[in-house]
Design a protein around this ligand. Structure first.
Ligand SMILES: N[C@@H](CCC(=O)N[C@@H](CS)C(=O)NCC(=O)O)C(=O)O
Length: 208
């Protein structure tokens, strides 16, 4: 059985979605923010971050994109991602890496601005730059969605759920919904998806 270490409103959202779509049994462990961190949790998550997925063999994996890609690989019948070796799979890997390495870190700079400056008055500038960088990333994804129903391939994949999770963290939801109409189109569809609705009741990612 899998074990998912998560917290409401966190990157655990997409992993929970993946496990549910794969019909995989898992224990969910809530990791409250603690200072100092719990040493046992640091053993499996050295940066003290969620999500962490512990596999049935006891191995623990951090990094939301890696977890998603791994789950897609372990549960091919669930169609969480385009098939390995297909052209759409290349797009899937590209956008998962883009979202986790360009966009997610910009979001962290906004919400953990104190970590990104040693200047006591510097947080405001870090936040402004973080939002500008997020906006640049969302604009790229909006173009990628132009004329398409889904970010990759011709069906829902974890890339779509990952994108919707990130856009929900935008500090100005009204602007986000008008600035990137293709992302909003995808998001509107996922807001009606029964599983997203269920997950949103515990994660409160967007107004229900
Ligand atoms: N690169 C990691 C980032 C995970 C991450 O930043 N998680 C946040 C919650 S969304 C967290 O646990 N933050 C606590 C902290 O950084 O102290 C991933 O993609 O999984």
């Amino acid at each position: 059985m899998y074990k998912l270490y998560t917290r409401p409103g966190s990157g655990g959202f997409v992993v929970e979605a993946a496990l549910a779509l794969a019909n995989a049994q898992f224990d969910q462990i809530d990791v409250p923010k603690k200072d100092p961190p719990d040493p046992a949790f640091l053993d499996i998550s050295p940066l003290n971050q969620v999500p962490v997925l512990t596999l049935p063999n006891g191995q623990s994996i951090t990094e939301s994109a890696a977890i998603c890609i791994l789950l897609a690989e372990r549960h091919p019948e669930a169609g969480l991602a385009p098939a390995a070796g297909s052209a759409d799979r290349a797009d899937f890997l590209r956008w998962m890496a883009f979202m986790s390495s360009a966009l997610y870190p910009a979001i962290l700079r906004l919400y953990y601005a104190h970590r990104y400056t040693t200047d006591a008055d510097g947080k405001k500038a870090v936040k402004q730059a973080a939002i500008a960088e997020m906006d640049r990333g969302f604009a790229v994804l909006d173009v990628a969605l132009q004329g398409r129903d889904w970010l990759v391939g011709d069906g829902l994949s974890l890339a779509d759920i990952y994108l919707v999770m990130l856009i929900a963290w935008h500090p100005d939801i009204d602007t986000a919904r008008t600035a990137w109409p293709n992302i909003e189109r995808l998001w509107a569809k996922l807001r009606e998806h029964p599983l997203m609705k269920t997950l949103n009741t515990s994660h409160e990612m967007w107004p229900g």
